[in-house]
Design a protein around this ligand. Structure first.
Ligand SMILES: NC(=O)c1ccc[n+]([C@@H]2O[C@H](COP(=O)([O-])OP(=O)(O)OC[C@H]3O[C@@H](n4cnc5c(N)ncnc54)[C@H](O)[C@@H]3O)[C@@H](O)[C@H]2O)c1
Ligand SMILES: O=C(O)C(=O)C[C@]1(C(=O)O)C=C[C@@H](O)C=C1
Length: 377
């Protein structure tokens, strides 16, 4: 990969993406969608660079940072947060073009911003922290998508030294994400991300540990883990290094949140012990009311699922009939689940689409074929 022949003219503005995984690859694709740009990828894994080149995400790839940052107009660091901190040190030691923008995509912002003020304050470079609030439990460049951040909130933490025009310049670079930019202080960011992302991740992984313990005694347990368990624990399949770093860098937010969590669990435990039915019901109804009121059409705290429900007769060809109709019209689905399929009873298929427009097209063509379809809000 080193000295690979670049596939786009060198005179284009230059973007360097360090860490070509799911998020680095997706940001690179989004930049490419809106700009004529030469993109250099840097990753410690040559295989990721080869894959990124094959997918036309980057124009050239390197395993060493020095070779690319000196000419860069924008540098995006997309590695797990602890590595990002090391890479910032490394970049700060290198000569850089005047006016270069440096940003990251890490899930925590406090420690990164603190370091950036120290490192880049007087270097003619502007560091603006970034965190797109969308992603996946899958890692690696092969999962990258240019539309991963569409409609998602993209947090920017400009810090003390970045002026407004530099923030606008970064937004223009990232405009192909089609995300909604929101500017936050790094401490506030970490508090909010702790609540909607980091604490839930700890809880999800802990539920999986509980299941694993019981499964040793009852191997069938894994087969019984159905929709609910899978929905709440999907994120536990994410990259462990990334999540280790998030906990390390958001410790001061997470420790009090975990105390509050434990105290909530104790309260519920007491309500169950005391048989306090009224309060138990209120615990669920208050949560339901709040959860039902959260925005569901936009990506963000709660990811958007453009779901369509289809009644199907419970016979072997029913599912392929539905998927065949969608395939004929070139409509892709991201997920399919049989909600109910018992003997002699109509089953319900839940189809998930990436975009609202795809769901609408799917609905129209299935209705045209006399299927009963509906959306559940
Ligand atoms: N996955 C998500 O849902 C999500 C969403 C928003 C933000 N983030 C943040 O984005 C960052 C990247 O996450 P990801 O999901 O893309 O992870 P990933 O595992 O898919 O990609 C990380 C990449 O960084 C590379 N890397 C590691 N150390 C490196 C180094 N020293 N130099 C160069 N490359 C190096 C790895 O080889 C890998 O290709 C993390 O900081 C994470 O907190 C993740
Ligand atoms: O959708 C997922 O799989 C995610 O976990 C994405 C998610 C999150 O919502 O917690 C994970 C970490 C990020 O920093 C931002 C987004």
């Amino acid at each position: 990969m080193e000295n690979d022949t670049p596939s786009r003219p060198q005179e284009y503005p230059k973007a360097v993406v360090i860490g070509l995984g799911l998020i680095g690859g997706s940001v690179a694709l989004a930049i490419r969608a809106r700009h004529q740009v030469h993109i250099t990828g840097v990753d410690v894994h040559e295989a990721s660079l080869r894959m990124a080149k094959a997918l036309e995400i980057i124009d050239e790839g390197h395993t060493m940072i020095e070779e690319s940052v000196q000419e860069a107009d924008i540098i995006i660091i997309a590695t797990p947060v602890s590595k990002t901190m090391e890479i910032m040190d490394e970049i700060a030691r290198l000569p850089m073009k005047a006016g270069v923008i440096i940003t990251d995509v890490g899930s925590t912002k406090g420690t990164v911003m603190e370091k950036s003020e120290r490192l880049f304050g007087n270097k003619g470079a502007t560091f603006i922290g970034g965190h797109p609030m969308a992603g996946s439990h899958k890692s690696g460049v092969q999962g990258s998508r240019g539309d991963l951040f569409e409609n998602a909130f993209y947090c920017l933490t400009p810090g003390e030294t970045a002026d407004a025009s530099e923030v606008e310049r970064l937004k223009r670079w990232l405009s192909g994400t089609n995300a909604h930019f929101i500017e936050l202080g790094s401490n506030l960011h970490d508090l909010l991300a702790g609540s909607v992302s980091h604490l839930p991740h700890i809880v999800a992984s802990s539920l999986v540990h509980q299941l694993a313990d019981l499964q040793q005694e009852h191997p069938v347990l894994g087969d019984l883990a159905a929709g609910g368990f899978k929905d709440i624990t999907r994120i536990a399949s994410a990259n462990p290094v990334m999540w280790r770093d998030i906990l390390v860098h958001n410790k001061h937010v997470l420790l009090p949140m975990m105390e509050r969590w434990q105290s909530d669990m104790q309260t519920i435990q007491s309500l169950i012990e005391e048989g306090d039915d009224a309060h138990l019901q209120r615990f669920f109804s208050d949560a339901k009311q709040h959860r039902d009121g959260l925005p569901s059409k936009k990506k963000g705290a709660i990811p958007a699922f453009y779901d369509l429900f289809v009644d199907v007769a419970d016979h072997p060809g029913a599912i392929s009939e539905v998927t065949g109709i969608l395939a004929d019209k070139d409509i892709s689905i991201t997920n399919i689940r049989i909600m109910e399929a018992r003997e002699d009873i109509m089953g319900v298929l839940r189809l998930s689409f990436r975009k609202e427009a795809d769901r609408q097209k799917g609905m129209d063509c299935l209705e045209a074929e006399q299927f009963s379809v509906y959306i559940s809000e």
